[in-house]
Write a protein that binds this ligand. Sequence first.
Ligand code: SF4
Length: 468
Amino acid sequence: MRVVLADLRSSRGFVSKDTVVGGYGSRLDPFSRVTSVIAYLKKQFHDVPSVHMAYIAAILTRAGHDVVWTRDEVADGLEADVALVLSSLIDYRNETAWADRMRARGVKVGFVGITASKMPELFADHGDFILNGEPEAAVMRLAQGEVPRGITISEQINDLDALPFPRWDLVTEDRGKRFGIKWSSRPVGGGFPLLASRGCPEHCTYCPHRILAGYRARSIANIADELERLCDQVRRPYVIFRDPLFSEQRDRCVELCDEIQARGLTLTFEAETRLDRLDVELLDKLYDAGFRAMSFGVESLDPETLKKSGRRPIPQTHQREIIEHCRKKGIVTAAFYVLGFLQDDWNSIAATIDYATDLGSTFAQFKILTPYPGTPMFKQLEPRLTEGDWEKYDGYTPTFAHPNLTERELRFLLGAAYTRFYMRPSYLANFLKIQNTVVREWVSRMDRRVNARHTREEIAGFSRPVAC
Ligand code: SF4
């Protein structure tokens, strides 16, 4: 059997799918000069291949099937028995149009991923089947010749060690294009995603990472085997752990670091986690094993707002201690913030933006609270939804009637957050890892002046009528 795996490129903005927003995906359509630069840089460094497609490729080829991978339009010579399309919310029209063209050629088309699982109505008329759940169990059956029909449950696999390792050679472009630059931990062209665990045991009500399947972790030996294989294939690979909560179990992290060092693996890696799942000793241990970058959610400054969204707040002192230690070690930090929780108003968002600049992570990502289908937050906000186009649930567009802020205010605050964070001298100083005390004091003074200028510009900008 010949199977096409389609992880389709989008034509607008910077789109990431697969493990981003639990698989619903995110689209940054630049809305200011700062976000244009960010979208450009993300294309260079963050356009990483789909780990789920790499798993599917491994399962199918292990059973002797041919796999063809594509990110593009339906090409003239593209023939297959079956096509599997990675679904997303933010680009589903492109994906369904592609599926329609393949079906017109007589190819059986199926959709995989959280969007097709939770919103089958968007895909049902464009495919022969939808795999509901993590795709691997149903793909194993497909590999045995059982082509699914309609909506097919794909059961969660509890023993993740039983899966073959992802086949990057089959689902990536030329990885030889990857090269490092001095100021970035990630090489140009991205790195190799790796799932050491799946799901998340936390209960943030807005988060799609926890709604498709439960939390499970692979054995340390199995993860290290995958890392070792990557090291055999690529010199000094850069590994992107895509677990929603990488350091959930401290002992496992320590064990993994020990294993990386015991096997003499030369690699660097990054991970996403919660700051309360890190401490200084663990960071040192991780650094010695190759840890060079991390992302984490701060979300909101206000602990009460976080608690109302099921998120356990993390003391500011701990956040600052971890970020400061990362700065000293040279670990790149990227903090995530969410603007527009139901309890938010102008002042609380302004305070969160101020905190973001003060915390001083290397990077920051600001998004507008988006109710994703299948989450408890979606149920809560469903009566307030104002946006009927699902592709606009991209993380940067207001989608519901906020009790305290208009759409225009939310968009304005989002733009202001990016400008205030990235257009300040201390951002550059953090990025360039400048530690000198005298220089840092001068930079702080300059920050205050730049901040005052942003305030003047924001007051002038917001008093002008702006079309929404
Ligand atoms: S900690 Fe919360 S936001 Fe982060 S992955 Fe887990 S549930 Fe989602």
